[in-house]
Ligand binder design. Structure first.
Ligand SMILES: C[S@@+](CC[C@H](N)C(=O)[O-])C[C@H]1O[C@@H](n2cnc3c(N)ncnc32)[C@H](O)[C@@H]1O
Length: 661
């Protein structure tokens, strides 16, 4: 995303961007940090840590025995979380972690036969990681060697709790997939059946008159000039060529007055909605540009009469049974501008894509029962991210034409140039990725149990879990239940958000409600962890009070932070991250039973503390790096994080200005 000069997202619609801006990079404890033990695999002070809280017997933290080297560099070298591979690419889920990265933690902290718990399972990557321990990839074995982990590969068991309906289905299916070959054959039958009935809807003639098929089409809002009322497409008004640009302001072709392209009034129509039987007001969207393929040749051109005739024919086509039309439960993501008219799930689609998806969905019913969940996930993997009006194009530096991309992650943003992809061909292309992802975790003797429920109450015995790896919601960063409803509507059940751990004005949950839910979850985590068990928690926020909620949950559960590290979620290679020694990403906390936080250093006032951090290694550290170190130190010492990231940077700047060194 950083390379894009200009998304088509207008200014008023900045919620997604700001949400992502919250994901400030954390850089914690580089390998040479002097405060901790220099010995590899040694948890400083761990052996002395005892627990006397919550009626538990005194326990020594045997999870981190001094000097056994079991954890190698796992907590002293940033761990890369790659965004590639079939398992990662099969189904996109917000803030998903690379299963191979999690597998290193599971393998290092457990022995074959042990059980790992994830209380915020999302798409089930901790379960896949447990599976991978039985059949480690070459890459995992290499990474384990480089980190100095004396791992005993073999089956692990996993218990996954996930509140969300789609997350739980994903977890269950990805961790316990059907036979990959049987799945592939069934998926091909499903796509062929849908293509037989509906591929005509994507017919498109090449510029030279040859027959061809639509790859994707860009649609456009229609805007009305506030001075003279003249109607013009957003495409005609905003798109500039050579170089390709999206103009923020443009002249009305009729009266020549200047208007803001993002804020100009959108033209709407009252249309009859055949799924609800009632009328609804919808933004008028017209076909703006067509991209197709004839044989192996790709082409693009403006719309022509044949395209418009085809769309008229599609409008007469009945919508297959099973297509959802439930009302959207709008929450924090609703924007009165670009969500105008989107009241029900089917309003997120062009009629053509709604019908094609309905055809794919219906064809699944003809397949064997044991394959249907996997087939549904295949179709849904292309649904919310590629089949709706949320699919986009962006302008990228140096590119002559728009770059096609999926829905923006973590928001329900609809641009003024929504894209309609050929969903039958898109789903067909995903079959191979799913087959490959299923092959990774198919078979084996480790078990994965998935519970679709809130982790505020675990149906697990006291002290039954050997290790916990979890990645909680980062405050209000992603409203999972709101986003996931577009996929869940197709399953006929949406998530009950009552116990969703989130900061959400729409759900009337502030940081204190979020903190209370986190406390209940971590109390359960501590209850089920064996005395010598460890928990690894991945977290990030730029907001001090959210960090406070996390730290409070650890403390009240009787858990202490033993080590910190960083999970690097960039595209760079493992080697690169290791050799650079510092990185950007989410914080990792290693927790054990205990009540004594690491004693606070005598830091004096905040300015002095910041300066101490800055001069730690006699090298100039970036503000982001300093903030990460500051936050990690606060959480580790059990004190509140007083500064959010912008305030921290401002304080840093003012220290520079007054020349304090
Ligand atoms: C950061 S995501 C986890 C992502 C996961 N690590 C992955 O790789 O896919 C956090 C998850 O916690 C879930 N969640 C929120 N509140 C919950 C609760 N009370 N109990 C269980 N899960 C919850 C959300 O639905 C979301 O899927």
């Amino acid at each position: 995303m950083e390379n894009y000069t200009h998304d088509v997202q207008p200014r008023e619609e900045s919620r997604g961007t700001s949400a992502h801006a919250e994901q400030l990079e954390l850089e914690l404890r580089p390998a040479n940090q002097p405060e901790r033990s220099h010995e590899v695999g040694v948890a400083s002070g761990a052996s002395a840590r005892t627990s006397s809280g919550q009626g538990r017997p005194e326990v020594t933290n045997r999870a981190l025995p001094v000097g056994d080297g079991r954890l190698g560099h796992l907590y002293s070298t940033p761990i890369p979380s790659r965004r590639s591979g079939a398992v990662y690419n099969a189904f996109s889920y917000p803030t998903k972690i690379d299963p191979e990265a999690i597998a290193l933690f599971v393998a290092a902290h457990t022995a074959p036969g042990d059980t790992v718990l994830d209380v915020f399972a999302g798409s089930g990557t901790t379960g896949i990681a447990a599976r991978l321990c039985e059949h480690p990839t070459v890459e995992m074995q290499r990474r384990a060697r480089e980190l100095g982990l004396p791992v005993e590969w073999g089956p692990r068991h996993a218990v996954l709790y996930e509140l969300g309906v789609i997350g739980a289905l994903l977890s269950r299916t990805m961790c316990d997939p059907p036979d990959p070959a049987a799945f592939q054959a069934a998926a091909q039958r499903v796509v062929t059946a849908a293509a037989d009935d509906y591929s005509w809807m994507y017919d498109a003639e090449a510029p030279d008159g040859q027959g061809g098929a639509l790859r994707h089409a860009i649609w456009s809002d229609v805007v009305a000039c506030s001075c003279c009322g003249h109607e013009v497409t957003y495409w005609d008004l905003a798109v500039g060529r050579e170089p390709l640009t999206l103009r923020k302001a443009a002249e009305c072709p009729a009266c020549k007055s200047t208007m803001s392209t993002s804020e100009a009034r959108r033209v709407t129509d009252v249309v009859h909605d055949s799924l609800t039987g009632s009328d609804s007001t919808q933004r008028r969207r017209v076909l703006a540009h067509v991209y197709g393929r004839s044989g192996s040749t790709t082409w693009h051109r403006p719309p022509q009469p044949g395209d418009l005739d085809l769309i008229e024919r599609v409008l007469e086509q009945p919508i297959p049974a099973g297509v959802p039309s439930s009302a959207i439960r709008w929450g924090d993501l609703y924007r009165s501008g670009y969500h105008q008219g989107i009241e029900r799930v089917h309003h997120f689609y062009t009629r053509r894509n709604l019908i094609a998806l309905g055809g794919l969905w219906a064809a699944i019913d003809n397949e064997p029962g044991e394959l249907r969940d996997a087939l549904r996930l295949l179709v849904l993997s292309y649904n919310a991210t590629h089949s709706t009006l949320m699919t986009r194009v962006v302008v990228k530096t140096g590119m002559k034409d728009f770059v096609l991309t999926g829905a923006q992650s973590g928001v329900l943003y609809v641009s003024s140039l929504p894209v309609e992809k050929n969903v039958i061909e898109g789903v067909r292309r995903k079959i191979e990725t799913f087959k490959s992802a299923f092959s990774t975790s198919h078979g084996g003797s480790g078990t994965v149990r998935v519970v679709n429920a809130s982790s505020t109450q675990l149906d697990l015995a006291d002290r039954s879990i050997d290790y916990v790896f979890t990645d909680p919601p980062f405050g209000g960063f992603i409203p999972y239940s709101e986003i996931n409803q577009v996929n869940e509507a197709w399953l006929g059940t949406t998530t009950d958000d009552t116990e969703e751990a989130i900061v959400s004005p729409a759900q009337r949950k502030g940081v204190s409600e979020y903190g209370a839910l986190m406390k209940r979850v971590f109390a359960e985590v501590a209850r089920v962890m064996k005395d010598d068990a460890a928990a690894t928690v991945v977290f990030h926020s730029s907001k001090p009070d959210v960090w406070g909620a996390l730290g409070g949950a650890f403390t009240s559960a009787g858990l202490v932070v033993e080590r910190t590290n960083v999970l690097d979620k960039t595209q760079v290679s493992f080697k690169q991250v290791v050799s650079e020694g510092s990185t950007r990403g989410d914080a990792i906390f290693l927790l054990a039973h205990g009540t004594e936080a690491r004693p606070a250093d005598s830091v004096g006032d905040l300015a002095r503390e910041i300066l101490d951090l800055r001069t730690l290694h006699g090298q100039e550290l970036s503000p982001q790096h300093l903030y990460s170190r500051y936050v990690a130190r606060c959480v580790e010492e059990g004190r509140s994080v007083e500064l959010n990231a912008p305030d921290f940077y401002a304080r840093l700047k003012s220290l520079d200005e007054v020349g304090v060194t």
